[in-house]
Write a protein that binds this ligand. Structure first.
Ligand SMILES: NC(=O)c1ccc[n+]([C@@H]2O[C@H](COP(=O)([O-])OP(=O)(O)OC[C@H]3O[C@@H](n4cnc5c(N)ncnc54)[C@H](OP(=O)(O)O)[C@@H]3O)[C@@H](O)[C@H]2O)c1
Ligand SMILES: [Zn+2]
Length: 343
């Protein structure tokens, strides 16, 4: 038992820039009945960590962010197939289990996001409900495994759960250098789709091509809509995968074929959009929002990861005490893939 032992963690108790993140000692959490105590090896960053830091505080006392954890089981308080020493990852979508969507195998309406409503993984230890714990794929490093859960679950839910991507369809991916976009590319390819991906530069285009995309569009130099029209002989794409938001919204709709689907899970560049709503009904298109995914979806996408068919893209790794720099790096948006903290 690690009772009364202190651990190192990064936390904040006021809103602001990265400077509000403190680093120091807090009590090591003690697993309640039905929980596991995990020794964190790596924790990937998400924009959620930045939103939490910037938006009004809703929790009592210092909050430890971090939703994407890979680590080693330290202790299990309840029935579990896991034993101390097992290498694991955490599914950060904790369902309520009782709402109607939960009963219908849909993403939980009242989902608790690990690290947002609970204490998270910018720490040496975390506690988590046992059903959220899964074996870490053996072929992945701790950093890669930490870079997997939230983005791959969401990208899977976007493409498979919401847009029902099919073999032979064409998918356009914005934000391809990012966590969600790079996951979206791999999942679309795995489902047999053709993928066109947006790249911010020639260098980014080369890295994106290595993920097996069929065509990259350098959106800073080329007109993405025109390039898509050329590539699809004027038809447009079946699905646009977007989380950039305001900046790409109209281009996304303009490159969509009649009956096409725009699926999105974020609005990084801004929430407010203006568009011609008549086109959407005239061409019978669908705009689909997506948020995380179900337990079953997590298990499906994790299976592909374990089989080596998906590979999270890790760009920068920082030690825990440099979490401020890590968040700044994510905020600047210059990374190619995920930013990860290692303990
Ligand atoms: N709903 C959910 O459950 C869920 C889950 C995960 C993430 N999200 C949200 O999805 C968004 C993306 O997450 P992420 O983890 O992929 O972030 P990320 O790793 O920072 O990637 C975002 C990508 O979007 C592009 N981008 C960002 N700002 C842009 C701008 N102003 N104009 C044009 N392109 C821009 C960049 O791609 P280029 O380099 O190609 O320009 C960047 O690589 C975030 O808003 C996040 O909060 C939501
Ligand atoms: Zn629920």
């Amino acid at each position: 038992m690690l009772k009364e032992i202190a651990m190192k963690a990064v936390f904040f108790d006021q809103n602001g820039g990265p400077e509000v993140l403190g680093y120091g000692e807090v009590s090591t959490p003690i697993p309640k009945k039905g929980e596991a105590l995990i020794k964190v090896k790596a924790c990937a960053l998400n924009h959620l960590d930045l939103w939490l830091r910037k938006r009004p505080i809703t929790f009592k006392g210092p909050h430890i962010p971090g939703s994407d954890v890979a680590g080693v089981v330290e202790e299990v308080n309840g029935k579990s197939k896991f034993r101390p020493g097992d290498e694991v990852i955490i599914n950060p979508a904790i369902p309520c289990g009782t709402c109607q969507p939960c009963k219908n195998n849909q993403p939980c309406e009242l989902v608790t996001i690990f690290g947002a409503k609970t204490q998270g993984g910018y720490a040496e230890y975390v506690t988590v409900p046992i059903p959220q714990v899964y074996a870490k794929p053996k072929n992945a490093s701790f950093a890669e495994a930490a870079a997997f859960p939230l983005t791959f679950l969401t990208a899977w839910h976007m493409l498979v759960g919401r847009a029902n991507v099919k073999k032979g369809e064409t998918v356009f991916v914005w934000g391809a250098s990012g966590g969600l976009g790079s996951a979206g590319i791999q999942i679309a390819k795995n489902r047999g789709a053709r993928v066109i991906a947006a790249a911010r530069s020639k260098e980014a285009g080369e890295k994106i091509k290595a993920m097996g995309v069929d065509r990259t569009v350098n959106y800073t130099e080329e007109d993405a809509v025109q390039q898509v029209k050329n590539y699809t002989q004027g038809k447009g794409v079946d699905i646009v995968f977007d989380s950039v938001g305001a900046k790409t919204w109209n281009a996304s709709l303009a490159m969509l074929r009649p009956h096409g689907k725009l699926v999105y899970a974020g609005t990084t560049s801004g929430d407010m959009v203006t568009f011609d709503a008549s086109d959407v009904y005239y061409y019978q298109q669908s705009i689909l929002g997506a948020r995380m995914g179900t337990k079953k979806e997590f298990e499906m996408v994790l299976k592909l990861f374990s089989q080596g068919k998906l590979k999270p893209m890790v760009d920068k790794v920082f030690p825990l005490h440099r979490a401020r720099e890590a968040q700044q790096c994510l905020e600047e948006g210059k990374q190619m893939g995920k930013v990860v903290l290692e303990m």
